[in-house]
Design a protein around this ligand. Structure first.
Ligand code: FEO
Length: 162
């Protein structure tokens, strides 16, 4: 069993993961409009990953005898002024998600909820990767100068993501 507070917090995190999927899909749509197919594909796959994150919380809440809540999903931002701004946003967003995961871990420790603590370790590791990949792409964009012509190569590279 999970506590009521834990159930509520896990449900909120499931909602934030769905919001993340929405946000990355909005970023994908932005790149589709800009005819940057590689960036669009990368973001679409990222949205899929976020959906999978949400389902991990969904499955866990049910497995622990909790009730899944379907909270409203916030509308994401849909426009940015440059490719660099999109990845700055993604990087800051992932840092926020990390802090939410950390708060959940702290709650699990406080409640001596070992099962939830254990499940969250997957997310702790995943967030290291999520932050690193957003930051790495952002750094490359900064190196290239965020100029459309120079971003062609990066668009091609990101389009290889499977
Ligand atoms: Fe589900 Fe990008 O963190």
């Amino acid at each position: 069993m999970i506590s009521k507070q834990m159930e509520e917090t896990l449900n909120k995190q499931m909602n934030r993961e769905l919001f993340s999927a929405y946000l990355y899909l909005a970023m994908s749509a932005y790149f589709e409009t800009a005819i940057m197919k590689g960036f669009a594909k990368w973001m679409r796959l990222q949205a899929k990953e976020e959906e999978a994150h949400a389902l991990k919380f969904y499955d866990f809440i049910i497995a622990r005898g909790g009730k899944v809540s379907f909270l409203p999903i916030e509308s994401p931002k849909t426009n940015w002024t440059s490719t660099g701004k999109v990845f700055e946003h993604a990087y800051v967003h992932e840092q926020k998600v990390t802090s939410l995961i950390n708060s959940l871990v702290e709650l699990a420790i406080k409640e001596k909820d070992h099962a939830t603590f254990e499940m969250l370790q997957w997310f702790v590791k995943e967030q290291v990767e999520e932050e690193a990949q957003a930051n790495e792409i952002l750094s490359k964009i900064k190196t290239f100068g965020d100029i459309p012509g120079k971003l062609f190569y990066l668009d091609h590279e990101l389009g290889k993501r499977e």
